[in-house]
Design a binder for this molecule. Structure first.
Ligand SMILES: NC(=O)C1=CN([C@@H]2O[C@H](COP(=O)(O)OP(=O)(O)OC[C@H]3O[C@@H](n4cnc5c(N)ncnc54)[C@H](OP(=O)(O)O)[C@@H]3O)[C@@H](O)[C@H]2O)C=CC1
Ligand SMILES: N[C@@H](CC(=O)OP(=O)(O)O)C(=O)O
Length: 371
């Protein structure tokens, strides 16, 4: 059996990965070794019955890492940046599987999303590629939703407006949003009980409180509760005025699909206060005029997880929301219709869990493929 090391397994993405692997009994197929950058020597997680007494190994120990057949890291780019070049320089030729963005555009790395780019992955494996990286969450979720149209080479360009969950900024950010909700509620809970207080007075109190320094904003820098934040991540060095999150859309999509002619993708990425599902509003220019039923059929037949939601109010509100998709592998896509501006333009809205298909699931699946 192969030996697989896990770094970053107790982080948010790592925990979702561990849960999925336990659900699917993946740990029966290899020997697992768990590492930590900060807790070496402490107890490792128990993932199968007979492995009760394993301890955490030191994630900085190159000599130990060299003994692995496969290393899976959900630890983040800082770890990858430090360890990856040193481990490769030491002569290690094992498989490196990573959730972090650092190696994604590296020429020796394949971005994995097998329902969409299985052939690219297989070609990579056959050509001796040893580095496999999960895509940016919005990119992976968009590709899972529109795989059927990309597959048929029907897309000329897309403009995406994202509504990204707090989880995309990590566990601390989800906590910060929940703390903000509590803080805001505490400032007005007495007022809510008094039916004589006008709603605009309550709104004024909340708005004023949210502008004070008392509200927690360590992660997001501004309140997310009662707000939307129209900038995610750093500014792109190459393109002023574009965030790196927006910049990744076109770059990663074209790398994942291994396109010979660039598919144009642009976006405006916004943080909203949902917890772990990213939503995206899409304006798509098709290369030809197709009827809506054909478009829906192509989308839905592409993979087992994408579900077309009928474009009706009650069904959209029930099945096309972060709440309805959260914690599932479902990729919901709806609000599909032809736009007024022309027959080749369609609009759509899609929702996916950014910790599952957006992060952990492609990693779980490439690991199983490489075993
Ligand atoms: N968040 C997301 O939605 C997505 C993230 N990614 C990428 O995945 C990587 C990891 O992200 P994420 O999972 O959010 O990172 P986290 O911050 O949740 O975890 C990273 C590491 O922090 C350490 N840590 C310190 N204190 C704690 C604690 N109290 N609980 C758990 N872990 C703790 C752990 O390492 P140790 O045990 O070594 O101390 C852990 O592995 C990043 O590169 C990110 O860009 C990719 C796609 C989506
Ligand atoms: N940036 C994403 C999450 C993420 O980690 O992306 P990446 O893996 O490309 O750094 C978000 O904030 O929602």
């Amino acid at each position: 059996m192969k030996t697989v090391g896990f770094v970053g397994w107790r982080g948010m993405v790592g925990s979702v990965l561990m849960n999925r692997m336990k659900e699917e009994s993946d740990f029966n197929h290899f020997n697992a070794v768990f590492f930590s950058t900060s807790q070496a020597g402490e107890k490792a997680p128990v993932v199968i019955q007979d492995h009760q007494n394993l301890i955490l190994q030191n994630a900085w120990d190159i000599e130990y890492l060299k003994s692995l057949d496969i290393l899976v890291t959900c630890q983040g780019s800082t770890y990858t940046k430090f360890i990856y070049p040193r481990l490769r320089a030491s002569g290690w030729t094992g498989y490196w599987i990573d959730t972090a963005s650092y190696l994604r555009m590296h020429q020796d790395a394949v971005i994995v999303l097998d329902p969409v780019n299985k052939l690219v992955i297989e070609r990579g494996i056959n050509n001796g590629v040893k580095t496999f990286v999960g895509g940016n969450c919005t990119v992976s979720l968009m590709l899972m939703a529109l795989g059927g149209l990309f597959n048929q080479n029907l897309i000329e360009w897309i403009f995406v407006s994202t509504y990204q969950a707090a989880s995309g900024y990590g566990a601390k950010a989800i906590k910060e949003l929940l703390v903000q909700i509590g803080q805001v509620y505490n400032t007005i809970s007495d007022l809510l009980d008094d039916s004589n207080i006008p709603i605009l007075e309550i709104e004024r109190v909340i708005t004023e409180f949210s502008k004070t320094n008392t509200i927690s904003t360590d992660c997001f820098k501004k309140p997310l509760i009662g707000n939307v934040l129209p900038w995610i991540g750093e500014e792109c060095v190459e393109y002023k005025g574009q965030s790196r999150e927006e910049w990744k859309g076109q770059l990663e999509t074209n790398k994942i699909l291994n396109t010979s002619k660039l598919i144009l993708i642009d976006s405006l990425c916004v943080r909203v206060c949902s917890l772990r599902c990213h939503s995206q509003s899409l304006m798509i220019k098709l290369k030809k005029n197709l009827c809506l039923t054909e478009i829906e059929n192509l989308i839905e037949s592409h993979n087992n997880w994408v579900k077309v939601v009928s474009n009706q109010a009650d069904i959209s509100l029930g099945q096309l929301t972060p709440l309805s998709v959260s914690g599932t592998l479902r990729i919901a896509i709806g609000r599909l219709r032809k736009m007024n501006i022309g027959d080749e333009f369609i609009s759509a809205f899609t929702v996916g869990d950014q910790l599952l298909w957006g992060a952990a699931e492609p990693i779980r699946r490439i690991l199983n493929r490489l075993l």
